[in-house]
Design a protein around this ligand. Structure first.
Ligand code: M6R
Length: 369
């Protein structure tokens, strides 16, 4: 049942091209409009959405953070991301014009379910992005957009994360289309590029040997830091979470711009730091800014483990290691950049002899508050 792989997690990492492709499959009608699996919200109401609040926990919340950049860019609707367990107790400001989007692989996470119920009581429209048919959260929601990642067995979420991000892109494009305008990018071009992502993910998975070696070499490491900007920030957080839960190593993700506001004090000679570098054509000159962040930490002795696009030569002088990802549009890059971080955590945990599929103290779905 592990399909020839030693662990479910490794199998699920390799299923990621399919998870993305299947989540895209059959999602649009002849007019190009997105098809939601179950929509109990009149389109007229969806058209008038004034704000979006995403509620989720753990990895699903990082998918939500990625979604925020895409949905705001394509729709100019303000998007807030809340951890579901915080949302419930902060007297959230939501009303009939708010679309509350929950993201959950299992559809059974109690914190997320309670957030959805709370939002519904406050009159918000609720949409569930979920991987498990007929589970509780979609049943409690007004609309459902299923991710088609297939069953995810390993406690650490991998393919569901990529499928969640994919579904969020579709939602962003759908909202833009309902409102009759797409800001910033051409929706058709984005969809075309999105369909090209499974092949790129597959290609990337074919070149993970060096990442595996790096992980095995680092089996005794006590702490790893992760840096990113823009969409690379949630990717960094996700990389850190994977390492914590699988390898029991202290790991922290930061927004790279935050470095000089504190975290740079952690840098001492030999400190491993993963840096997620945006593509050279990312808006706001972010590529150059991240390269100078790498330069800053390298100057202080950090071991810089850089994730950069194939054609990006600028990182070479400051990188201890470069992991190359296939080029893609900036907004879609998280679907690639996170993969080496998953593979790294998997192999580091394996090198330590740990149970990758069932890490200590964790359950696949957290059905208690
Ligand atoms: O089933 P859900 O997506 O609602 O689960 C949310 C989190 O519990 C989950 O993503 C958790 O953080 C994973 N163990 C991360 O790998």
């Amino acid at each position: 049942e592990k399909g020839g792989y030693p662990t479910f997690m490794e199998k699920e990492i390799h299923e990621q091209p399919h998870a993305v492709a299947d989540t895209l499959l059959g999602r649009t009608d002849e007019s190009g409009a997105l098809i939601l699996d179950d929509l109990r919200i009149p389109e007229e109401r969806l058209r008038r959405v004034e704000r979006v609040t995403i509620v989720a926990c753990g990895t699903a919340a990082y998918a939500g953070m990625v979604a925020k950049y895409a949905i705001e860019r394509w729709t100019r609707i303000p998007v807030e991301v809340a951890l579901a367990h915080e949302f419930r107790y902060c007297d959230p400001i939501v009303d009939e014009s708010t679309l509350v989007v929950s993201i959950s692989q299992s559809g059974e996470t109690m914190d997320t379910l309670m957030a959805v119920r709370h939002a519904a009581e406050l009159g918000a429209m609720t949409l569930s992005i979920c991987n498990t048919h007929g589970s509780t959260i979609p049943r409690a929601s007004d609309a459902v957009l299923y991710t088609h990642a297939g069953p995810e067995v390993a406690v650490a979420s991998t393919k569901a994360f990529l499928a969640q991000i994919t579904a969020c892109y579709l939602l962003g494009l759908y909202l833009a289309q309902l409102r009759g305008e797409t800001y910033a990018d051409d929706a058709k071009a984005v969809l075309r590029e999105l369909h090209a992502m499974p092949e790129r993910i597959g290609r990337l998975l074919g070149r993970m040997d060096r990442v595996r070696e790096m992980a095995e070499f680092m089996a005794d490491t006590r702490s790893v830091l992760f840096l990113g900007r823009h969409m690379g920030f949630p990717v960094a957080m996700e990389g850190a979470l994977k390492l914590k839960e699988l390898a029991y190593i202290h790991a922290e993700g930061f927004a790279a711009g935050e470095l000089k506001h504190g975290p740079i004090a952690l840098i001492e000679p030999g400190q491993p730091v993963f840096v997620v570098v945006p593509g050279p054509d990312t808006p706001h000159d972010l590529h150059r800014k991240v390269v100078s962040n790498i330069q800053e930490i390298r100057a202080r002795g950090a071991r810089t483990l850089v994730i950069a696009h194939d054609d990006d030569e600028d990182v070479e002088p400051f990188a201890s290691e470069v992991v190359r990802i296939p080029p893609c549009p900036p907004m879609l890059a998280p679907l690639l950049a996170v993969v080496p971080l998953q593979v790294f955590a998997l192999h580091l945990a394996s090198a330590k002899g740990l149970d990758v599929d069932q890490p200590r103290n964790l359950a696949k779905s957290v059905t208690v508050e």
